[in-house]
Design a protein around this ligand. Structure first.
Ligand code: SER
Length: 610
């Protein structure tokens, strides 16, 4: 059965049995405690708790959907036979309509009669301290003639809650054999009879409480890709018709099977994220998208893939899934190209740094190292520089997400043991948290005051919104100084500046009026650094060290012994108190409004951002 037939069959089967067909919700959930949609039940959470009325909204107590899902927890597994980041989950749901018997009997009928497949075995809940053993499900399966019934506990057959609290309950799962004779879980049937006041982690750790829900609910989820694998007698999900047309484009490129799977998964996931409005960024869903895209781009570069291969694949994804998801992003090409352009600017340098750090061989050639060039390193040895902190700084500067750096390093013949990787990952995550805390604390300080929130003499802002604008204009002012020096020469010296939410005013030494062409070039220079989306890095150091290192200092200012230096790699390095944006891309479009003389030999430029 093709994936199209499976979709239609599933929806029709449950529609005939009193379910309202509901479209997939976005991958960005309305529940703020969850980053991405990971399950079909997420959009229905309020119907289980009684906060919303299914009959009012859908005309019936039962619904059926094919939900777009994204699980970041599986990123590292991608490349094997069954894991994906993005996948589609078919599910039927009931909010006080039917209960265990009808749920299990419908699933059994659908798998064995409609799909004509054999069930290998099923699981049922074996009971815990607080939730009793599920004898009822066992009896129902037995009555249907299923012989192999296995008992599992909380970690395997107890669902939810998603996010910080929610409906949850024991489950029963159906396993079928694929063409490689492996048992694969294809359908999870959840009996939502509890509400948990904490997260899943808290529940498993015994730190959250369960209370019985007033109304019992059914939530089932079956991976479309996995069902297609069983139905199409494939050895893995990638051999199904959901993927083969995309793989065809990769048939002539020199990637091994695992990498091809990663590329296909990540590209498909990226397109669906882009469709739902996610754009590459440094946090949240945007960071996940960035990680997916950059991993694909490194392969593109390292394996010298033809430049259009990813755009071609993306086109196939859009065409192929477009029938079911008509809104599938058509702007993906522009988003991918823009991110590629940004990343490629840092990629070469980043690879060179990794190379220096590892002292293995030249990354420039992108050739695998010769055996004799690889130093003799015992398993698990990590050069002293390669700590989580090092990888974090490296990410900040060159945009390599951690797993990407690790992959490049391993690809070059370096071994990093699981223990070492765990340590590095923990340190890296700690750095990320620290970084977020620092920016949060900074924001509180900035937004928490009374009256004028920011008045450093140079920057003036009265509301949080204005703080953001002056921050963007502040970084733009550093870029303006850089651009003026680049176009007019390094005799240009800052003579003063003043920044309001509307504009930046920058005074500098220069003997004559600037020509329209010079002004245009200055503007273009600033905007091209903005387009390159280069990270803005702050380091604290001694004044002498900063000046020796070439940081520009404004001669009129008095500096303490310890100073902050804001650098934008390859562009600017200035002694400055901040605040600044994290990446130049956040600035927006820069525009020069006016250029004039304010005294002999001193010019003034006013500029703004859009
Ligand atoms: N919520 C369950 C799952 O995602 C069943 O739909 O597995």
């Amino acid at each position: 059965m093709t994936h199209k037939e499976i979709r239609e069959k599933f929806l029709a089967f449950f529609k005939k049995r009193g379910h309202a067909v509901v479209s997939s919700s976005s991958l960005i959930p309305s529940d703020p405690s969850v980053l991405l949609t990971t399950a079909g039940m997420q959009q229905f959470k309020p119907y289980y708790t009684g906060e919303a009325d299914p009959v009012k909204d859908f005309g019936l107590k039962n619904t059926v959907s094919i939900q777009k899902c994204f699980r970041t927890s599986d990123i590292d597994e991608v490349g094997d036979e069954t894991h994906l980041t993005f996948f589609e989950m078919m599910g039927n749901f009931s909010f006080g309509g039917y209960w265990k018997e009808e749920a299990i009997k419908s699933a059994h009928e659908f798998i064995t009669k409609e799909m004509g497949l054999a069930i290998s075995y099923v699981t049922v809940f074996k009971g815990s301290d607080v939730v009793p053993k599920d004898n009822e499900s066992r009896a129902i399966w037995q009555s249907l003639g299923v012989k192999d019934i296995r008992e599992e506990g909380m970690t395997d057959v107890f669902w939810g809650p998603t996010g910080s609290s929610g409906p949850c309950g024991p489950t029963t799962e159906i396993y079928c054999k694929n063409a490689a004779d492996q048992d694969v879980e294809i359908w999870n049937i959840v009996f939502n009879e509890f509400f948990c006041d904490g997260s899943r982690e808290e529940l498993l750790a015994g730190n959250a409480k369960l209370r019985s829900l007033a109304m019992k609910g059914i939530d089932t989820g079956m991976g479309l890709e996995r069902l297609a694998m069983i139905s199409q007698n494939a050895k893995n999900i990638f051999e199904t018709d959901l993927f083969t047309p995309i793989f065809d484009i990769l048939s002539d490129v020199g990637l091994d099977e695992r990498k091809k799977r990663i590329v296909v998964d990540h590209l498909r996931g990226s397109i669906f994220l882009i469709t739902d409005g996610v754009r590459p960024a440094n946090k949240g869903a945007g960071y996940i998208l960035r990680r997916l895209m950059r991993r694909v781009m490194v392969y593109e570069k390292m394996y010298e893939l033809p430049p259009d291969v990813f755009n071609k694949m993306a086109m196939v994804v859009v065409e192929y899934y477009g029938g079911f998801y008509p809104k599938l992003a058509r702007e993906f090409g522009a988003v991918i190209d823009e991110e590629r352009e940004k990343f490629m600017k840092m990629l070469d340098k980043g690879l060179r740094v990794l190379n220096t750090e590892l002292k293995v061989f030249s990354f420039d050639t992108f050739q695998l190292p010769k055996q004799e060039d690889i130093p003799d390193i015992s398993d698990g040895y990590v050069p002293p520089g390669l700590t989580g902190k090092w990888f974090f700084d490296f990410y900040q500067t060159f945009g390599f997400p951690l797993e990407l750096s690790i992959e490049v390093i391993k690809n070059r013949g370096r071994r990093i043991s699981d223990i070492q990787l765990k340590r590095i990952t923990e340190e890296f995550n700690k750095e990320i948290e620290k970084h977020q805390e620092i920016s949060r604390a900074g924001a509180e300080k900035k937004f928490g005051g009374h009256g004028l929130l920011l008045d450093t003499g140079e920057l003036k802002a009265g509301t949080p919104d204005e703080v953001q604008k002056v921050t963007r204009l502040h970084t733009a002012t550093h870029l303006l100084q850089y651009a003026l020096r680049k176009v007019l020469g390094s005799e240009v010296q800052q003579m003063g500046s003043d920044i309001t939410p509307e504009r930046t005013r920058f005074d500098f030494s220069f003997p004559r009026k600037l020509s329209p062409d010079e002004l245009r070039r200055v503007e273009n220079e600033v905007n091209s650094v903005i387009d390159a989306d280069i990270p803005v890095i702050m380091k604290e150091m001694d004044y002498d060290e900063a000046v020796k290192g070439g940081a520009l200092a404004f001669f009129k200012a008095k500096y303490p012994k310890r100073v902050k230096v804001y650098s934008i790699e390859g562009v600017s390095r200035e002694l400055c108190g901040g605040p600044h944006v994290e990446h130049t891309g956040e600035i927006g479009r820069f525009k020069i409004l006016k250029e004039e003389a304010i005294s002999s030999g001193v010019r003034r430029v006013r500029g703004t951002i859009e």
